[in-house]
Design a protein around this ligand. Structure first.
Ligand code: THU
Length: 131
């Protein structure tokens, strides 16, 4: 169940630093070990240099020594669930199998679930490179 992820993503969303967009996002990843890692969006005055909530959660997971998540939850204060941006789709695909479920939610309780393979069909992957 994703109840704990919802709670943790919602809690970390409160800490989002968004003086430019005023749009708070929270993300929680359940790693393979069972541990949950969270992230929020962090903006700065050079607008494109801000980081998304998903990227923050991935960084926390990798910094803790884990490189795979089995479930993800993203929450925002939007009228409809926010889907990860293009860059975050690629970042998520790096650390999750194609069938991993990403729940996208609003603070009011609307949820939509998609698999990573649906979020990034035709993903560029290791198989495209001869390494
Ligand atoms: N944002 C995220 O953190 N995750 C998403 O999935 C979509 C967008 C952030 C980036 C920026 O700080 C703000 O939301 C507005 O785009």
């Amino acid at each position: 169940m994703s109840d704990d992820l919802r709670q943790k993503a919602g809690d970390v969303r409160d800490n989002a630093y968004v003086p430019y967009s005023n749009f708070k996002v929270g993300a929680a990843l359940r790693a393979r070990s069972g541990a949950v890692y969270v992230g929020c969006n962090v903006e700065n005055v050079a607008y494109p240099e801000g980081t998304c909530a998903e990227a923050g959660a991935i960084a926390a997971m990798v910094a803790a020594g884990e490189t795979e998540f089995v479930e993800a939850y993203v929450i925002a204060g939007s009228p409809m669930p926010v889907t990860p941006c293009g860059g975050c789709r690629q970042k998520l695909a790096e650390f999750g199998k194609p069938d991993v479920k990403v729940t996208m939610a609003t603070v009011s309780g609307v949820e939509e679930v998609m698999q990573l393979s649906e979020l990034l069909p035709g993903a560029f992957g290791r198989g495209h490179m001869d390494i």
